[in-house]
Structures are given as structure tokens and as C-alpha cells.
Design a binder for this molecule. Structure first.
Ligand code: NI
Length: 149
């Protein structure tokens, strides 16, 4: 495993729409392992592939209850109930903003072997799922943040 450099805001790579990951091979596993090390090394709760310059639809998340690797994740359910709270991003250092997100989401994804699974997250986990999946479409949390007057 190796730590990768985290792409910072201003780099176009963070604004691209990522492509579906079709190969569940050693190269994917290596990149996921690197992302895990990079995320933990930066004390983040999530990291998406474009944040290390890889324009593919996958991300890793750990909000304190264990690592989840999500390949080709899709949000299938969102609660009407919302949460409003502080959010940050490893690609936007030394900054955080208030963002409203669903309180609970369900996500369908594949694991590193291409097997389908579903995960439901509430609170911080729902926030992290929404945030990381946004990255795969070139969306950053500041796009959702309430504008300050
Ligand atoms: Ni982020």
C-alpha cells in the first residue's frame, strides 16, 4: 500500500464525471488499498477515486464503524427528513461549511469483487455517502453549502 497525493480544489479533475468501473481486478484492489491508507493517513471519513486523480466511480468510507468500499454506488433511497451540519473535504483543506443532507440514505453498490450489496446509513454515515457519491459526478460539498451574506 502507498499513500497517494490528495488532489486539491482548483484542479479540474475534481469536476469531471467519473466512468463506471468495469474491472474488479488486482489494479482496482491496489488502488482501493492506497485510498484506504490515504484516507486514514489524512484522518478523513471518506475518499473518492477522483480525489487521487482516478476518474472512476468508487470511494471508501469509514465513519468509525468500519471500512466500506463502494464501487459504482447509486443512492436508491433518501429520507425526507434532513440533517443540517458542518461538512468538510480532504480536497478543500482548512474549511468547512453548513450543508443540509438527507438524514438517512440507502445505497446500492458493488464490492471489490464485483458482488452487489446494499448499505443504509444514518446521520454522519448518510452524510459521508452523499458527499463521496457526489464526488463521482464532479460535485463538491461547497456547491450545496448555504451562501453566507
Ligand atoms: Ni470530499
Amino acid at each position: 500500500m502507498a499513500k497517494r497525493n490528495i488532489v486539491k480544489i482548483g484542479d479540474d479533475v475534481l469536476r469531471k464525471i467519473c466512468r463506471t468501473q468495469l474491472n474488479f481486478d488486482e489494479r482496482l484492489h491496489q488502488t482501493l488499498d492506497d485510498m484506504k491508507e490515504t484516507m486514514y493517513g489524512a484522518e478523513g471519513v471518506g475518499l473518492a477515486a477522483p480525489q487521487i486523480g482516478v476518474l472512476r466511480r468508487y470511494c471508501v468510507i469509514d465513519v468509525g464503524d468500519g471500512l466500506i468500499e463502494l464501487i459504482n454506488p447509486v443512492i436508491t433511497e433518501k429520507s425526507e427528513e434532513v440533517q443540517t451540519g458542518n461538512e468538510g473535504c480532504l480536497s478543500i483543506p482548512d474549511r468547512s461549511e453548513i450543508v443540509t443532507r438527507p438524514m438517512k440514505v440507502t445505497v446500492r453498490a458493488q464490492n471489490r469483487y464485483g458482488e452487489n450489496f446494499t448499505v443504509t446509513g444514518e446521520g454522519l454515515k448518510a452524510r459521508a455517502l452523499c458527499h463521496e457519491i457526489d464526488h463521482l459526478d464532479g460535485v463538491l460539498y461547497i456547491d450545496h453549502a448555504k451562501r453566507r451574506n
